[in-house]
Design a protein around this ligand. Structure first.
Ligand code: HEM
Length: 215
């Protein structure tokens, strides 16, 4: 029994990812950047949460294929995949709810035209985010034991094609939101990349691992 618990590293991985992501957002926006601390509990925490979600989901998608490619992924990490995926999805849900509440021109000026409508890039980014959310919701159903008996559904929802599309939608959410800022590193506070750059880099690495490491 104790052995089984020792072989699942989910708790440790989730704690480290949350500490890293929230710490990164604090460093990037409060310590090196000029965002006031009063914005920590919602605006900045939302960034930390969305980054944690992204990293946990890429670990869930990528650890198995990475192992197939010959990297010796520890057993505790492989056993942690289900918990990482479910936690990642719950964090995405929190991120979506927080983003809905924050979504206004005074918070996200760059997403809006002067007449208060969405810019084209913000529209594309939010479309990617909403579609990625729905796709992840479907993926999360594959963890429900009563659906595991539906073999065709499980095969489709965990197939390489499905996962690659889920990653592309997440990448589109980040790309349209951030690429103008990514192209201007001189504008990064203290030279520290934006949260969206870190998430996009994780996504790109995971995409390649999935492409080559999963049948
Ligand atoms: C209903 C769906 C979603 C909505 C409405 C939404 C909304 C937003 C908004 C408004 C931002 C800008 C945050 C900021 O700059 O402070 C954002 C950023 C972000 N979102 Fe989403 N999102 C959704 C789904 C997703 C999904 C499925 C993921 C993938 C796990 C995700 C990951 C991220 C990441 C990593 C950022 C970057 C944060 C940053 O650069 O500051 N989002 N999202």
């Amino acid at each position: 029994m104790n052995n089984d618990i020792a072989k699942n590293s989910a708790g440790r991985i989730i704690t480290i990812v949350l500490l890293f992501s929230i710490g990164y957002a604090i460093l990037r926006y409060h310590i090196v950047g000029a965002v006031p601390w009063k914005d920590f509990p919602f605006f900045i925490l939302n960034k930390g949460i969305s980054l944690s979600a992204f990293i946990l989901l890429t670990l869930n998608f990528g650890l198995g294929p990475l192992n197939n490619l010959g990297a010796k992924v520890p057993e505790g990490w492989l056993n942690a995949r289900k918990a990482l995926g479910m936690t990642g999805f719950l964090l995405v849900l929190i991120h979506a709810l927080m983003s809905f509440m924050l979504f206004s021109p005074s918070v996200y000026g760059k997403f809006f035209e002067t007449d208060g409508t969405l810019t084209m890039l913000a529209g594309l980014s939010m479309l990617g985010g909403v579609l990625a959310f729905v796709v992840l919701w479907g993926y999360n159903l594959s963890f429900q034991t009563h659906l595991r008996e539906d073999k065709a559904f499980i095969q489709f929802i965990t197939s390489r094609t499905f996962l690659l599309w889920a990653m592309l939608l997440g990448a589109a959410h980040l790309f349209f939101m951030g690429y103008e800022g990514w192209l201007n590193p001189s504008g990064w506070h203290g030279g520290i990349p934006l949260v969206s750059v870190v998430a996009f880099a994780c996504c790109a690495v995971c995409y390649v691992i999935l492409l080559f490491g999963r049948e």
